[in-house]
Design a protein. Structure first.
Length: 132
């Protein structure tokens, strides 16, 4: 199906992109919850060689996921993300955070939300749109 079809000049299939979107959103949503639960002391983020990230990409790349599983992952993680973001108070947006991934500029809560929940998702929506 088109879900698992590679396009020229794109290493990821639509299935990989969408499953990664859900898996990453779940990871970063959990980070937001951990930040709040630890009074913003948790170390958050991850590197691109994160084992769970790699496993989910491989599972989708091998065709082991179907459209129903991807749709469920995307809808479930969207709901969880909204709940987590609703826990963030306006006064917390400027609080500094500690990132697990070296090499990124210093961030506060607002920067983290913008980069990893909004920006990351937008990047992959654009990537997917280019394939369809």
């Amino acid at each position: 199906t088109q879900l698992h079809t590679h396009q020229p000049d794109e290493p990821w299939t639509p299935a990989v992109i969408m499953l990664h979107m859900g898996e990453a959103r779940e990871h970063y949503t959990n980070d937001v919850n951990r930040l709040i639960d630890t009074d913003f002391q948790a170390i958050v983020g991850r590197s691109t060689d994160d084992p769970r990230r790699i496993a989910e990409i491989a599972r989708a790349a091998d065709g082991r996921v179907d459209a129903a599983e991807i749709a469920l992952k995307l809808s479930t993680t969207q709901e969880l993300m909204v709940k987590a973001v609703m826990r963030v108070n306006n006064e917390d947006l400027g609080r500094p955070i500690t990132l697990a991934r070296p090499g990124l500029p210093p961030m506060n809560v607002h920067d983290f939300l913008a980069r990893f929940l909004v920006g990351h998702h937008r990047m992959h929506v654009d990537q997917l749109a280019a394939l369809l």
